[in-house]
Design a protein around this ligand. Structure first.
Ligand code: NAD
Length: 518
């Protein structure tokens, strides 16, 4: 990896032990699976160590879940299904309100555990990951009572038809490491609000907050077996969960490459499938935009969670008159961002999730040096943590790797454009379609951008905010299906047409199409 330099900000403080940062660590000595309401060790025979990416210190070593652990979790979910699916919406809702209260009571513990395993600054986990999760839980507690079907009616004249909206069964979910708590919430909440039970596999790197989330569910009185966590490797526990004959649905959030493999396996067993995959969000700045707002928005949108965000601003297209000022504004602001220890007040940006991810990001940037200009950043400080400086790149071709591939790090590429048509065409020119933003004070330009950009979310004059009431999900290679909002019930329910004959006639008129005459 090229161009390392000494940090000019505080970095990981290795005098602080993981147990000082998150005092609740001891309980995971019992294992990294939560099955039928209690923690259990894995039985794959293979150990995994969670590492604090800010310091390189070992946080927790646990035995990975194997196929037998997945089987036990699926069996627990199956056993819990009739009772939970048969509970009234009000009963499920009350339990989920208690769940939200249990999470609220654990808010600081959840924030510290998330910061420890991910390297996220505490201000991010305290102000974004944790309150967002509690709000999601409260939202789905309410939404559990608002499952809707079409109205009943006599559509044939001789029958009454109505639609029942029913749970699908045992859901198997797989989550990534970038927002472990929020991803657990996005998977678990709509599934259980709709009456399903679930087995969730978090990423091996980040099991702590999914386990705390399940612990809060159990403490809230959500019956044992409704929410289960198995922490195992993707190839082993993940594939076994996706292929499991007793699992009715697969909900996957992760990379497009793994999503394709998951889709193959789920299709082989004819499962309902929901895929939330990678992104490469464009950030389109028209020449009438508020430049200061766009510069601030680009830096915040590119660097949130150290750029490990599927909706992060990754490609800024700036109309020629604003291009130079935008590049210098972003470079100056990026240089002022304070890298540092996630547990220190005043830290803006933590490390990447792992040293391997840091080296992967550095690889993308180092390869780009051959064909583009690294304006700022492009260096990893010399220390024990997996840090990488905020990086701004210009001069890359639209079809180059740095513009097309998902980097998942604190790297923003800026390219100029001339006409509005060109800017919008460039924005759409990757395989992904998860999120995008348009920056303009012209309502017609904004309207056009929101119509023409092919993405599951388009912000106008902002980039990143999400809200429980609104859907999140991709177009194109970013997947299909929605998380959050009442739209997620479409994923986690199936509709049944029920048709009653109203005539009580033994020989019905339509029977003559099969036997006899009128
Ligand atoms: P990843 O695809 O490597 O892993 C995701 C999960 O899949 C992990 O739990 C992993 O153990 C599991 N897995 C790996 N191989 C598997 C297999 N063969 N079968 C079953 N499961 C398997 O992704 P990651 O590196 O953990 O996360 C980063 C990716 O997630 C990025 O591409 C990012 O864009 C994406 N992401 C998408 C969204 C969204 O809402 N669209 C949200 C967050 C992250």
């Amino acid at each position: 990896m090229g161009n390392r330099q000494e940090p000019d900000h505080r970095q990981g403080q290795d005098d602080q032990k993981p147990a000082d940062r998150f005092p609740g660590l001891d309980r995971f000595a019992a294992g990294a699976n939560h099955i039928a309401g209690r923690l259990r060790p894995g039985s794959s025979g293979r150990e995994y160590t969670v590492v604090d990416p800010a310091t390189g210190q070992e946080v927790l070593t646990y035995e990975l879940a194997g196929a037998a652990d997945v089987d036990a979790a699926v069996a627990a979910a199956r056993e819990a299904l009739p009772g939970w699916a048969g509970a009234t919406p009000a009963e499920r809702s009350e339990a989920m309100h208690r769940f939200a209260a249990e999470l609220d009571a654990r808010a600081e513990e959840l924030a510290r555990a998330e910061s420890l395993q991910c390297g996220k600054p505490l201000k991010l986990t305290r102000e974004f990951d944790v309150p967002g999760t509690i709000d999601n839980t409260a939202f789905f507690a309410g939404a559990a009572r608002h499952l809707q079907g079409q109205s009943a009616g006599e559509y044939s004249g001789d029958h009454t038809s109505y639609v029942r909206r029913e749970p699908i069964g045992v859901v198997g979910s797989i989550a990534p490491w970038n927002y472990p708590l929020q991803m657990a919430a996005w998977k678990v909440l709509p599934a259980i609000a709709a009456g399903n039970t679930i087995v969730l596999k978090p990423a091996e790197l980040t099991p702590l907050t999914s386990l705390l989330f399940a612990e809060a569910a159990t403490a809230a009185g959500i019956p044992d077996g409704v929410v289960n966590i198995v922490t195992g490797a993707g190839r082993e526990a993940g594939e076994h969960l996706v292929s499991h004959p007793d699992v009715a649905m697969t909900s996957f959030t992760g990379s497009t490459a793994v999503g394709k493999r998951v889709a193959e396996l789920a299709t082989a067993t004819v499962k309902r499938l929901h895929l939330e995959l990678g992104g490469k969000a464009p950030f389109v700045v028209f020449d009438d935009a508020d430049l200061e707002a766009a510069v601030n928005g680009a830096v915040a949108g590119a660097l949130i969670n150290t750029g490990q965000d599927c909706t992060a601003a990754t490609r800024a297209y700036v109309q020629r008159p604003l291009y130079e000022a935008f590049v210098s504004g972003v470079a100056d602001l990026m240089a002022a961002v304070r890298l540092g220890d996630p547990f220190e007040a005043g830290t803006d940006l933590g490390p990447l999730i792992s040293h391997a991810q840091r080296d992967r990001v550095a690889g993308f940037v180092d390869r780009a040096r051959a064909y583009a200009t690294v304006v700022t950043g492009g260096v990893a400080p010399h220390n024990a943590g997996a840090y990488y400086r905020p990086t701004l790149i210009t001069g890359a071709a639209q079809d180059s790797e740095i513009v097309q591939a998902e980097i998942f790090g604190p790297v923003l590429v800026v390219l100029p454009f001339d006409s509005d048509e060109e800017g919008l065409a460039l924005a759409n020119d990757t395989p992904y379609g998860l999120a995008a933003s348009a920056w303009t004070r012209d309502v017609y330009r904004a309207g056009r951008a929101t119509r023409e950009i092919k993405a599951g979310c388009v912000w106008v004059n902002d980039h990143i905010p999400i809200i429980s009431e609104m859907p999140h999900g991709g177009y194109k290679a970013s997947g299909f299906g929605k998380d959050m909002s009442s739209y997620s019930f479409e994923e986690y329910t199936q509709v049944k047409h029920v048709m009653f004959d109203n005539t009580a006639v033994a020989r019905k008129d339509w029977h003559r199409t099969v036997f006899g005459d009128r």
